[in-house]
Design a protein around this ligand. Structure first.
Ligand code: SAM
Ligand code: SF4
Length: 362
């Protein structure tokens, strides 16, 4: 049996085995992808769930070195959707039978913001008769804030660890009180305590990042027993501090390939979690997200932010579909998902099966 076949026959991988899987090329890489696709079919089926993504504000209090909407980027033109615009986008998702929405934005803390989110969550539940599922992605918050939003109707939360290696974390974030690695870890545990399905993830192909880091990231996700994952390629942005290192980055196609391998390996390691196919994959390859759906991912987040704001939520260069309205995206997506051999779970929340089984065990 080849080395790779032998590794793929196991249920758990060691750090060095993961590095080997991340290094696969050609036939060995195909073996990895085939194994991940079979695992997806067996444990969760060839079904993809939608989360209508509403990027409702690019106002942020943080200064992550990679992100185009970081606080100190004076070139970013700031926006904040009105409540009515957010409800309209949620209504679009509901009427399009998407089943769920994701509310994502810059990180803002404080009572006014907490209250606003509570009102938005209750409003979204009301306009959909409680039928739209809601995922939040609003960064680090106090434990009681997470609880209040959960009580108001949110039930999934995405908070990427970005890198599980403390040293690398501080190479891509300022080392100060607003960007503490320990707080990020604590936030992931607070979210679990509050009752959410918890999702995390990393960027792939960051400056200074090695295959060892990425293998540790996958083991971190397993160790944290996460319910969902969203991870994708790092894409440089000229108006951010990490741009200084762009000459040393892996070529963009390699970051893309590495991202697919990360998704496939995670599917083998955590068979029944939800794995999102990141928008950043589409920035590199027009059918990048569908490729990820073929080899392990099962969630897609069509952008339903009103078209006029999309250009301003520029986390990185070449962000896809910034010139489209939500309905344009819906039509092209449907056709491509069917081509990827998956069917769409319309009107379903598509909750993490992993979350369900850990609740049953508790
Ligand atoms: N502010 C919240 C947070 O940081 O969790 C949610 C919004 S933030 C824009 C969502 C994700 O975008 C981050 O977790 C980060 O991984 C990703 N992101 C930011 N800049 C990126 C870049 N240049 N390339 C790829 N992903 C990026
Ligand atoms: Fe703000 Fe999130 Fe961007 Fe960091 S990644 S600067 S917290 S929007």
């Amino acid at each position: 049996m080849s080395d790779i076949r032998e590794i793929l026959s196991k249920d758990n991988f060691t750090h060095s085995e993961i590095v080997k899987l991340l290094s696969t090329e050609k036939d060995d890489r195909s073996l990895l992808f085939e194994a991940a696709a079979a695992t997806k079919t067996k444990y969760i089926g060839n079904i993809v769930f939608f989360r209508g993504l509403i990027e409702f504000s690019n106002i942020c209090s943080k200064n992550c070195y990679y992100c185009g909407i970081r606080k100190d980027n004076r070139k970013a033109s700031r926006y904040n959707l009105s409540d009515e615009e957010i409800f309209e986008a949620a209504r679009f998702a509901f009427e399009s039978n998407y089943g769920s929405v994701v509310l994502q934005g810059g990180e803002v803390e404080g009572e006014a913001f907490t209250l606003r989110m509570e009102g938005l969550l209750r409003g979204i539940k009301q306009l959909s008769d409680g039928r739209l599922g809601v995922t939040l992605s609003l960064g680090e918050q106090k434990p009681d804030v997470y609880k209040r939003w959960f009580d108001a109707g949110a039930h999934r939360y995405l908070l990427r660890i970005e890198s599980s290696d403390r040293d690398l974390y501080y190479k891509i974030h300022p080392q100060n009180n607003t960007h503490r690695f320990e707080r990020r870890l604590q936030a992931l545990s607070d979210l679990r305590t509050a009752g959410y399905q918890v999702g995390t993830g990393v960027m792939i192909g960051l400056p200074f990042q090695t295959l060892d880091h990425l293998a540790s990231d996958l083991l971190f996700m397993k160790e944290m027993d996460i319910d969902m994952c969203g991870m994708g390629p790092y894409i440089e942005h000229a108006d951010t501090p990490l741009w200084n290192f762009h000459d040393g980055l892996l070529p963009i196609e390699e970051r893309f390939n590495l991202s697919l391998k990360m998704i496939a390996i995670l599917r083998l390691m955590m068979k029944n979690i939800n794995i999102a196919s990141a928008t950043a994959l589409q920035a590199i390859d027009p059918i990048g997200r569908e490729k990820a759906l073929k080899i392990g991912a099962n969630i897609i987040m069509p952008n339903i932010t009103p078209g006029k704001y999309r250009d301003d939520y520029k986390l990185y260069e070449n962000k896809p579909c910034t010139d489209e309205e939500a309905s344009d995206c819906k039509n092209c997506l449907e056709a491509r998902i069917h081509l990827s051999g998956n069917k769409i779970g319309y009107d379903e929340w598509g909750d993490s099966l992993h979350f369900k089984s850990r609740k049953e065990e508790a």
